[in-house]
Design a protein around this ligand. Structure first.
Ligand code: URA
Length: 198
């Protein structure tokens, strides 16, 4: 379900290898005016099959962390750096990330979140334009100009990291909580509220 049709990409063929490997383009989901946007790397097999980001095992981890932060998936927007599943789940290449950059930038401009939370190394490095050690930097917050204005970016581990190493579960949950607090998102499940309105 995508509440932001304008941000949906249809029929893109910029990356020949991804056109071959994808079943479909996986666009972002969630409110068109979300205050908090999560950005992952790219769709995996389940996402490619179902056409929604983070609906496989990593998605369950993200859902749990959102719930622990008092949120539901319906409170936030979720997207990826590339919208087509790379073959064998390899990382997207620099060229593929570059080809999909305009799609992500446009989604950020349209949704206009105050906080962007990166899920894993690839989106953190892609958006920050520097090398990132996600384990050491998880939970850190940077202000950067992205999609036309200054926003806060929260570095989170990739949720899959918690499946391989349980000790990463707490830092992951804590970074998601930081992102939720900064965005002032409440857990109504039907939208956003800005705490700075009080
Ligand atoms: N991993 C990602 O980075 N994105 C998804 O949508 C699913 C798994």
């Amino acid at each position: 379900m995508d509440d932001c049709e304008a941000a949906a990409v249809v029929g893109c063929e910029r990356c020949p290898a991804l056109v071959d490997s994808r079943s479909r383009i996986v666009n972002g989901t969630g409110p068109a005016d979300a205050d908090l946007l999560f950005v992952g790397e790219g769709p995996g097999a389940t996402e490619d099959d179902r056409g929604e980001p983070f609906v496989g095992r990593s998605g369950s981890v993200l859902d749990d962390a959102l719930r622990d932060a008092g949120l539901a998936r319906a409170d936030v927007r979720i997207t990826n750096c590339v919208r087509c599943r790379p073959p064998e789940n390899r990382d997207p290449t620099a060229e593929e990330l570059g080809n999909c950059r305009d799609h992500l930038r446009r989604e950020i401009e349209l949704v206009d979140p105050s906080v962007v939370a990166t899920l894993g190394k690839v989106p953190a490095e892609h958006l920050l334009g520097r090398s990132v050690g996600v384990t050491g930097e998880a939970g850190s917050v940077e202000e950067l100009r992205i999609g036309g204005r200054a926003r806060r970016l929260v570095i989170c581990l990739h949720p899959a990291a918690t499946l391989y190493d349980r000790s990463q579960a707490e830092p992951f949950a804590s970074a998601v909580e930081t992102a939720a607090e900064l965005a002032g998102v409440d857990g109504a499940g039907g939208g956003q509220s800005r705490l700075d309105g009080f």
